[in-house]
Design a protein around this ligand. Structure first.
Ligand code: MN
Ligand code: MG
Length: 641
């Protein structure tokens, strides 16, 4: 690794010092550089590799602090194994915390996913952390004002440190760090948090606490905010609040995350408030270090002391990657893994591997998700079937049991920002625990809603936002709106319908009705007859979608009729073990409208070209490879004789 020159070398002078802030974010329980779903070592993730960058980043400078932005407990087979299979008793050391303890973090904050396994699990995990964990807007009880909120954890901390100035003299600095996360986390984990945990807007919370932090004598304030770079305009409760947060007087540095993006990088463009060269947002030094340890965030601050307080006179941000993409689309590692971090996790890594390698059944069909956003997909349909079976057996209340049962699920692994590795591809043959985890990678639990046909039609319209607005008769138009994650694309089985992307989207990304006249969902039928908007249905879904849908539906009698702490992964596991060998048929469910003389471009993995034979309703033609290892497929209508 090339040693970077010390920043600000020529600018150091009397009363000046250099402070470096190092950041990890969205680690998602990725410690070992290992893909448990596919049982292979990988080069592009894992805190063990980031740890080597942390060591170098510290050696290069006299003064540094290390912060983590949250979403550290959930998101890998290791994290799920600890939460569901091995369990965590009071006093046990969570392997992620064990690995983080090795690295000497100065502070960490909570992300939304910290709540996925419930509050007792979270508190037992962080009880063993040797670093402080803060969160200003994870609340036990919301007060009349933010100052009166009762919190789960301390809202901020003040690091009272001695830093070495240019002349080598130690000087006192007080660095305030405030922890924040999207208030939506309460809704997203409603089944576990309802009545126990509340939240408050990010910007409102920070604004209320800054004066208190100033009064306590902080020289600079760092917002350690598990939030992404979204709209500039502040809206109460916004999820990605980096811009309005950075604009607040009193916030000096922004350490962001949550969206799994990299800042500064080409994923963002320069704008009135974003300076990619300096790495600032609204003029404030900022950084965002990708996900799963892919990058280390580095902010260099040149500080100057005036009287007893410090000011930032210059800054430079960068995100240092652990791996680089070579011309063939393969990610090659830039650093080796830190052996101390590997050693700290080895035992639990091995236990996870043993568990993930245990056989659970077999499949006669390949289960892959390369084309799950353009056509019916085995992996999604199997989740729908397993959910339906579970709800049919569990929802016995005669008030609901007679209603027709539908089932909603989305492709979770369908490329996107998570990269070209983010697909499911399970070959014909044995299935293992790791296959089930691959098919259902989120820790969602089962729910069922009772809805009217009209609500279901709107649900599908919101799903259809994932497609760009395309033109009839035009060629090679980019099909997918990259801003919409694939988990937002629910397919509802039990109905048949077409999705026409040449119609304008009915909803905006935030769920606002954009075009009241527009309908992308065509020929929506139940049992071959047009869906009656007044008819009632039961829809099996997950807890996350159930709570978000219940906030969006219009019918006054829509309700949540079933929820259980059973994970959908377990439901899927039982479904597979009951069958022994599965041989799923594709059920005609939905299709994408492609008018004559019109073509779309789908971005997917080059590996998909070997599995085109399963696609019957469209023609998919592999073209050349495009950026980041992805390939474009030209989508046209299939000629039907
Ligand atoms: Mn995350
Ligand atoms: Mg998050």
């Amino acid at each position: 690794m090339i040693q970077k020159p010390r920043p600000f070398q020529r600018r150091l002078g009397t009363n000046r010092a250099h402070l470096r802030i190092l950041q990890t974010t969205d680690l998602h329980a990725h410690i070992f550089p290992f893909d448990y779903y596919n049982d292979v070592a990988v080069d592009h993730s894992g805190l063990a590799r980031t740890a080597t960058l942390i060591a170098t980043g510290r050696e290069e400078v006299a003064n540094s602090i290390l912060l983590d932005n949250g979403d550290f407990l959930q998101g890998s087979a290791l994290g799920d194994y600890i939460a569901y299979d091995r369990g965590l008793k009071q006093g046990d050391l969570h392997p992620v915390i064990g690995a983080m303890n090795r690295l000497g973090y100065d502070a960490a904050t909570l992300g939304n996913h910290e709540f996925n396994f419930g509050v007792p699990f979270l508190m037992a995990s962080i009880a063993r952390a040797n670093f402080p964990v803060i969160s200003a807007n994870a609340l036990l009880k919301r007060g009349a004002t933010p100052r009166e909120d009762q919190r789960l954890l301390p809202p901020y901390l003040i690091l009272d440190r001695r830093i070495r100035d240019t002349a080598g003299v130690l000087r006192r600095i007080r660095i305030g760090v405030i922890g924040l996360l999207p208030p939506q986390f309460v809704t997203w984990d409603e089944s576990k948090l309802w009545g126990r945990i509340e939240s408050r807007d990010i910007v409102e919370t920070a604004a209320a606490l800054i004066p208190e932090m100033k009064a306590a004598g902080t020289d600079i304030i760092v917002a350690l905010a598990h939030t992404g770079i979204g709209a500039s305009q502040h809206v109460d409760g916004m999820e990605n609040a980096a811009l309005p947060l950075a604009r607040l007087d009193g916030i000096d540095v922004l350490v962001a995350g949550h969206t799994h993006k990299v800042f500064p990088s080409a994923q963002f463009s320069n704008g009135p408030e974003i300076d990619l060269k300096a790495g600032t947002i609204a003029g404030k030094p900022a950084v965002m270090a990708g996900f799963c340890g892919s990058h280390l965030g580095v902010i260099d601050l040149l500080l100057e002391q005036e009287g007893t307080s410090w000011n930032i006179v210059a800054s430079q941000s960068e995100a240092r990657p652990i791996a680089a993409l070579d011309p063939t689309g393969h990610r090659a590692p830039l650093v080796v893994s830190d052996t101390a971090v590997l050693k700290a996790t080895q035992h639990d890594h091995d236990a996870t591997l043993d568990y993930m390698r245990s056989p659970v059944g077999a499949t006669r069909r390949r289960l892959c998700s390369y084309f799950s956003l353009v056509t019916n997909c085995h992996s999604v349909q199997m989740i729908c079937r397993a959910q339906s079976q579970f709800i049919r057996q569990s929802l016995t209340d005669p008030e609901h049991a007679g209603l027709p049962l539908l089932s909603a699920a989305a492709p979770f692994k369908a490329g996107g920002w998570a990269g070209v590795e983010n697909y499911t591809d399970i070959p014909v043959g044995p299935l293992f625990q790791r296959s089930v985890a691959d098919l259902y990678c989120f820790p969602n639990t089962i729910s069922a809603l009772r809805l009217r046909g009209s609500d279901i039609a709107e649900w599908l319209e919101r799903s259809a936002m994932i497609f760009n607005h395309l033109t009839i008769g035009a060629s090679d138009q980019l099909l997918l709106n990259d801003a919409v994650p694939s988990y937002g694309f629910d397919v509802i089985m039990g109905l048949t319908y077409e999705i026409d992307p040449t119609q304008p989207p009915r909803y905006s990304l935030s769920g606002r009705l954009l075009n009241p006249e527009a309908h992308r969902i065509r020929n929506l039928c139940h049992n071959g007859k047009p869906l009656d908007p007044e008819a009632e249905f039961i829809v099996a879904t997950n807890n996350f979608r159930a709570s978000t849908q219940m906030r969006l539906v219009h019918s006054p009698d829509a309700r949540l009729v079933f929820e259980a702490p059973t994970t959908i992964r377990n439901i899927l596991l039982n479904f597979i073990t009951q069958h022994g060998t599965i041989d799923p048929e594709i059920e005609p469910n939905w299709s994408l409208t492609v008018p004559p003389d019109t073509s779309y471009l789908l971005k997917s993995s080059p590996l998909g070209q070997h599995h085109l034979c399963g696609v019957n309703d469209l023609s998919l033609e592999p073209l050349t490879e495009v950026q980041e290892g992805f390939m474009h497929y030209r989508v046209t209508a299939r000629f039907r004789p």
